[in-house]
Design a protein around this ligand. Structure first.
Ligand code: NAP
Length: 252
């Protein structure tokens, strides 16, 4: 039986991915900050799947010591980790436009420092084992978007980081990949005040992520194709045309 560790696994995409991997007979460990939420998530997963190989360990990814002790606990007490899905996120869309520096700092702490904390500890365990670290980023990181300053900056940095590590981690025999979902219906996106095109349920994301992570190695997993591919194309537009589109879309 193979093992996946999912950060931010108590809700949203992380929870749905945990369910999918359990259904496919994987051992799953979920982490997030709130222990009660984690316990409830585990109870729910035990009720909806027959696979009981589900564990939890609370861990704030922005705190290096917690990340260190969580990964040590999993590796020493539960199982070696075959896939680490770095999915935890802080998200606060309605505060981005005010240039709220505390919001920027929070998102850097969780989305960026949290990611590098996990990678730093994982690499020591995973080197030479041909394991996979996959980071859930966002198409928002492809190019600066209105109102997305803090979140988009951290997601862009994740995309850049993963691309760098794709090269550097080859010598450690650790695979690294990135997941870029379109709009998925979760607690985070319920905070959005705008209409989200091609909004999909978390179970849809889970199926795509399972297929992408367990099939032939893919550097980038993205879905739904039509939405994310369009955003990819927008990266190459001259700023004047890009700005014109945003003006038409939302008077930005
Ligand atoms: N939903 C979308 O449309 C969408 C689109 C593109 C990309 N994404 C990406 O997909 C990932 C999951 O998003 P989601 O929408 O599923 O989010 P979500 O439902 O809001 O879940 C976020 C998870 O992260 C945990 N978390 C927050 N801060 C944490 C911290 N400091 N340490 C550890 N865990 C923490 C939360 O639990 P606690 O509060 O208990 O810690 C929760 O389990 C994120 O990386 C997001 O950027 C989402």
């Amino acid at each position: 039986m193979q093992t996946i560790w999912i950060t931010g696994g108590s809700s949203g995409i992380g929870f749905a991915v945990a369910q999918k991997f359990l259904e496919e007979n994987w051992r799953v460990i979920i982490s997030s900050r709130n222990e009660d939420k984690l316990k409830k998530a585990v109870e729910k997963l035990k009720n909806i799947t027959s696979n009981k190989e589900i564990y939890y360990k609370s861990c704030d990814v922005s705190k290096y010591k917690e990340v260190d002790s969580t990964i040590a606990h999993i590796e020493n007490e539960i199982s070696t980790i075959n896939i680490a899905l770095l999915n935890a996120t802080a998200y606060s869309p309605n505060r981005n436009q005010e240039f709220d520096i505390n919001n920027y700092k929070l998102l850097i702490d969780v989305n960026l420092n949290g990611t590098i904390n996990c990678i730093d500890v994982l690499k020591n365990y995973m080197k030479g084992r041909d394991n996979l670290i996959s980071i859930v980023s966002s198409p928002v990181g492809y190019r600066g978007m209105p109102t997305a300053g803090a979140y988009g900056m951290t997601k862009a940095a994740q995309l850049n980081l993963v691309e760098s590590l794709y090269f550097d981690f080859k010598k450690l025999n650790i695979k690294i990949s990135v997941i870029n979902p379109g709009f998925i219906d979760t607690e985070s996106t319920k905070l959005n005040s705008f209409k989200m095109p091609f909004l999909k349920p978390a179970s849809y994301a889970a199926k795509k992520i399972f297929k992408g992570l367990t099939g032939k190695y893919k550097f980038e997993i993205y879905f739904p194709f039509i939405l994310v591919f369009t955003v990819k194309i927008m990266r190459y537009l001259p700023l004047r045309i890009y700005a014109f589109i945003w003006k038409k879309l939302g008077n930005f």
